[in-house]
Design a protein around this ligand. Structure first.
Ligand SMILES: C[S@@+](CC[C@H](N)C(=O)[O-])C[C@H]1O[C@@H](n2cnc3c(N)ncnc32)[C@H](O)[C@@H]1O
Length: 235
């Protein structure tokens, strides 16, 4: 009988296999814009002065590291892909941030922390990978203190001509071939456009935040809607 692998296992092994090239590819394929998007999220976060932050699907810790530029908060990053976490740990050590950021291999759909533990929970380009979106969001809600903030950065789909058409072309044809050539992984950069196509964005995504217990939800579209930052607060 053929072995059935879950989405989670596929995602974990895909990120483990591209971990060493992830940062380079990310910045190249997004032409560096990903850094500006993370910075926008951090600026929105620090307005609320969190002292403890959980960075879900932290990967190589770029978002956690970005937070340290504007805040003294203690940051905990979790990710299921050990190889991504190993690279994150090396970056943190080389930046002397061991006192401020701690990484742990853990699943966002089963977060190994107690209820009401964090002032804020953040995630960049991670929620799209969850096996069950609402399970991950509910877990983020559970570990937040009452009034705690969630901020989610994720790809979205531009709505208007010509950005929409250019974006579709880039995502469908250019990015998968470039990603394949450089990463050597056939699936990683076809997975990206496919997963973005199927993933809820705009008010559909806000609906998921509401269903999982968040209030005062907002969306901030970035770069003509190629990405969006969603925010909300635990009731
Ligand atoms: C595209 S990377 C984003 C990494 C980082 N947040 C960034 O901004 O570059 C997605 C990450 O989500 C992680 N991931 C996917 N599903 C997860 C889950 N259920 N729990 C924790 N991490 C998960 C992957 O291992 C991968 O490192």
């Amino acid at each position: 009988m053929a072995k059935v692998t879950s989405k989670k296992e596929n995602v974990r092994s895909m990120f483990n296999s591209i971990a060493k090239r992830y940062d380079f590819l990310n910045h190249l394929l997004s032409m560096g814009i990903d850094r500006l998007w993370r910075k926008r999220l951090v600026k929105m976060l620090v307005e609320h002065n969190p002292e403890t932050v959980l960075d879900v699907a932290t990967g190589t810790a770029d978002l956690a590291i970005a937070v340290t530029k504007y805040s003294k908060a203690k940051i905990t990053g979790i990710d299921i892909a050990e190889e991504m976490v190993n690279i994150g740990r090396m970056k943190i050590a080389s930046l002397n941030l061991n006192q401020q950021i701690e990484l742990k291999v853990a699943d966002s759909e089963n977060i190994p922390f107690s209820d009401n533990a964090f002032d804020a929970a953040i995630v960049a380009f991670g929620v799209r990978n969850f096996e069950t979106l609402n399970k991950g969001l509910s877990e983020m809600n559970r570990v937040l203190k009452s009034g705690g903030m969630i901020a989610v950065l994720e790809f979205s789909r531009p709505r208007h001509f010509p950005v929409r058409n250019l974006y579709m072309f880039y995502f469908r044809y250019i990015l998968p071939s470039l990603g394949r050539m450089i990463s050597g992984d056939k699936s990683a950069y076809t997975y990206l456009p496919d997963s973005v196509k199927q993933f809820p964005d705009g008010s559909d995504f806000l609906q998921h935040l509401i269903e999982t217990g968040f209030i005062r939800t907002t969306e901030k579209r970035l770069s003509f809607g190629i990405a969006t930052i969603y925010t909300g607060f635990k009731a």
